[in-house]
Design a protein around this ligand. Structure first.
Ligand code: THU
Length: 139
């Protein structure tokens, strides 16, 4: 649960909006910024990072998520995603986030920082594939 001192949706959105300026998107020219709030209270930002080999591109949400995981954070309250037109997180990012919690709140905002939609990973990815779908392992 988010407590009273947790950053507001607008704080998360403003951070993603600022971070978005650092997006590396020379091919699509579609700049994305994300800010992921960990249960520790720490916020991890991310931008999309494109490549001349197009499929190597990483989305802003996964950059933020992988930064967080690599720093030891495993549980999250919310993520904000800012694009010019308030675009929705892609399917790959939905699945990547689902691994760490279907209840993560997702704030989708436009380039001005206006909240377009507040939703959850669960709502964005119904019937998500998860660890429980895999056969039991003998470790
Ligand atoms: N992109 C993201 O960063 N996040 C999304 O959820 C949607 C797409 C990026 C990938 C690529 O650099 C550009 O936006 C156009 O697809």
């Amino acid at each position: 649960m988010m407590n009273k001192t947790a950053p507001s949706s607008q704080v998360l959105i403003n951070l993603a909006k600022e971070t978005r300026k650092k997006a590396y998107a020379p091919y699509s020219n579609y700049h994305v910024g994300a800010a992921l709030l960990g249960k520790s209270g720490k916020i991890y930002t991310g931008v999309n990072v494109e490549n001349a080999v197009y499929p190597l591109t990483l989305c802003a949400e996964r950059v933020a998520l992988f930064k967080a995981i690599s720093e030891g954070e495993r549980e999250f309250d919310a993520i904000s995603v800012v694009t010019d037109n308030g675009g929705s997180p892609c399917g790959s990012c939905r699945q990547a986030l689902a691994e760490f919690g279907l209840d993560i709140i997702v704030y989708i905002a436009d380039g001005e920082g206006n909240l377009i939609e507040e939703t959850t990973v669960r709502d964005l990815l119904p019937r998500a594939f998860g660890a429980e779908d895999l056969p039991e392992r003998n470790s």
